[in-house]
Design a binder for this molecule. Structure first.
Ligand SMILES: [Zn+2]
Length: 305
């Protein structure tokens, strides 16, 4: 057999070393480097950002955008994503178990200079999925529904929680007592709040256990869960802030600094109000479709037996 020789790209006829970086090649390599750095950040930081259920519970039980935005978990999530390099994310629509996050001027779009006229922000979609799944223990699906690279004003990401895992994290022992028809040792106001939340989440219907509630309680009784108790990843930061605040001069400066950090960036315009309400209405309409919850629960229940 004849010597096959060197492959063509290793012979002289292939034309020596590649030409010096032209603009687009350099741009691609720079973007690739930034993407690698982002992915390294995610690999390093996500394992240290586990959130205890008692904090995730407050996030899940918050039933308006304003309430959600005021939870520690939400504030942590937005700052965490910003620090990692995922831009100024914010919640713009909500229905129980459905969240839409928008990112104006999304830096992730620049990671894919060669792609045009399509939704490109896979890195953000993956990061949201990992954050909800690994750090919050909430199974979910995430989809980029709009992208600046596709001509939309913002990149938008829709997060749909898997109901069973949301219930599992959200319901504490008192909620389960209520669903079992037992009054927990709480005052009337708290009892009313809890019943309201359980109704929003379709576990109760007019004060009685709904079909979904019934299915979930049967499922849950077959699957006792042990809740892990630990400090949230933002605890140290909160402690530092409160120490600084108690020291006059430095505290004043530090407080002002901390406030400055939390003020939303004015150069990043908030999503326009009409789009929000339209989207929220759509989400809420979708959330009314309880058939899928019940079906899923019934299926899970069957698998348990
Ligand atoms: Zn995008």
């Amino acid at each position: 057999m004849a010597d096959p020789g060197l492959p063509p790209f290793m012979t002289n006829s292939a034309g020596g070393p590649p030409p010096a970086m032209d603009g687009s090649f350099g741009q691609s390599m720079g973007a690739f480097g930034a993407l690698l750095k982002l992915q390294q950040n995610i690999s390093d930081k996500f394992p240290k950002a586990k959130v205890p259920w008692n904090e995730t519970r407050k996030f899940l039980k918050a039933s308006t955008i304003e309430q959600i935005r005021s939870t520690s978990l939400y504030k942590f999530h937005m700052k965490f994503f910003k620090d990692i390099g995922l831009g100024n994310m914010q919640l713009i629509s909500y229905a129980p178990m459905h969240y839409i996050f928008a990112v104006p001027n999304n830096p992730v779009c620049n990671f894919y200079p060669a792609l045009q006229n399509q939704k490109v922000c896979v890195a953000t979609t993956d990061a949201l999925h990992r954050f909800f799944r690994e750090d919050l223990e909430l199974e979910c699906s995430v989809e980029e529904t709009e992208c600046i690279k596709n001509g939309d004003p913002y990149c938008k990401f829709k997060v749909d929680l898997q109901p069973i895992s949301a219930y599992q994290v959200m319901l504490d022992d008192y909620d389960k007592k209520i669903l079992s028809g037992i009054r927990p040792p709480v005052d009337d106001t708290e009892l009313r709040d809890r019943v309201r939340t359980l109704t929003i989440y379709k576990l109760l219907d007019s004060g009685r256990l709904s079909e979904i509630g019934n299915a979930y309680m049967q499922f849950a009784s077959n699957m006792p869960v042990q809740e892990k108790v630990f400090d949230p990843p933002w605890k140290l930061q909160e402690e530092l802030s409160s120490i600084a605040e108690s020291h006059n001069t430095f505290g004043g400066a530090f407080g002002a600094m901390a406030q400055k950090i939390q003020v939303p960036d004015n150069s990043a315009p908030a999503a326009p109000a009409p789009a929000v309400s339209e989207e929220t209405a759509k989400l809420q309409e979708e959330a009314k479709n309880t058939g899928s919850f019940a079906e899923l629960l019934a299926k899970m229940k069957k698998e348990q037996q």
